[in-house]
Design a protein around this ligand. Structure first.
Ligand SMILES: Cc1ncc(COP(=O)(O)O)c(C=O)c1O
Length: 302
């Protein structure tokens, strides 16, 4: 367990209560968040994550400070205090960390759904954990997936918003667990593939890499955007297009993407093998490419 967390304006002990029970993030899931990766103390795609945090805040009307600088300072202070910012120059491996920034609307005096009464303003929390990036060997078994019974409504004003109201995602992950699988694929209300419970999904067919469009209601993943921009440098054609469950099942390769986990192969869907039923070569190529890009960014060489 981390020793320290950042709450509002300072580092505090992680094992002591820090937020009010009336905090709407706790009571209602009235909060937004970002999950990020850091290496050598450098936060990867920080600007993209901060921009998405702002975009998530808009539909919910959660007020964010105009200036990102205090949040960036908080992230850096926490990484240093937790010993996760090492650059590798002391002979130890460079620090790898998973970070989470959560901003709730805060605690309000009045109960109920509408934010009424006095409030001390938004609650800002930053957490950091040591992270070990998965290796090709550790990923060799690949993920097993099931199709969730939870559907995503692409027409919802909150589709693609990274709010902490994640009960549906939790439900879908529990469904996967109950089926003995690692993760679940959520379909749209029209029955097309949307995303996994905490990752975007890609299929590979020949030399074409396809991911559902944002119109499917999936999160605009930072790793997804990176892959769409970088796949061509590996001779692949990357596209956003509707993916049917049939196309996913018939793909040569399937992989999931997220900031912390990276590019993760999936090898089975609803009990049936995807492709050869083992991680595919393009997935591994893209995984390595993303990892080495992260390393170069952390060294200021990207
Ligand atoms: C539902 C969902 N989709 C996709 C992603 C991937 O987004 P990113 O690549 O920005 O981490 C996440 C990450 O947390 C997620 O929760």
């Amino acid at each position: 367990m981390p020793t320290l967390v950042w709450v509002n304006d300072r580092l505090v002990r992680a094992d002591a209560p820090q937020i009010l029970v009336a905090d709407r993030g706790f009571m209602l899931g009235d909060a937004i968040f970002e999950t990020l990766r850091a290496r050598r103390g450098v936060v990867i795609e920080l600007d993209e994550h901060l921009e998405r945090l702002r975009e998530s805040a808009v539909p919910l009307g959660i007020p964010l400070p105009a200036d990102d600088a205090p949040l960036v300072t908080a992230i850096r202070a926490l990484l240093s205090a937790e010993g996760l910012a090492g650059d590798g120059s002391d002979g130890r491996p460079p620090g790898d960390a998973a970070l989470r920034v959560t901003v709730s609307r805060g605690a309000f005096a009045a109960r109920g759904l509408a934010p009424r009464g006095e409030s001390g303003g938004p609650t800002v929390i930053v957490q950091a954990w040591p992270h070990t990036p998965p290796t090709a060997d550790s990923l060799q078994p690949g993920l097993t997936l099931v199709t969730s019974s939870v559907r995503r409504d692409p027409g919802s004003p909150l589709a693609g918003v990274k709010s902490t109201s994640r009960a549906e995602n939790v439900y879908a992950r529990l469904e996967a667990e109950r089926a003995g699988a690692d993760d679940a694929i959520l379909l749209t209300s029209a029955g097309d593939v949307c995303e996994a419970t905490s990752a975007n999904v890609f299929i590979v067919r020949g030399e074409r890499v396809v991911t559902p469009p944002l119109a499917a209601g999936c999160l605009a993943g930072t790793t997804r955007a990176w892959l769409l921009a970088h796949a061509a440098s590996h001779g692949l054609v990357a596209d956003e297009a509707v993916v049917t469950p049939g196309a996913l099942a018939a793909a040569d390769e399937v992989f999931l993407t997220s900031s912390v986990a990276g590019v993760i192969p999936a090898v089975r869907i609803d009990g049936a093998a995807i492709g050869r039923g083992a991680p595919g070569p393009f997935t591994e190529l893209l995984r390595q490419s993303r990892e080495s890009w992260i390393d170069r960014v952390s060294l200021g060489r990207a």
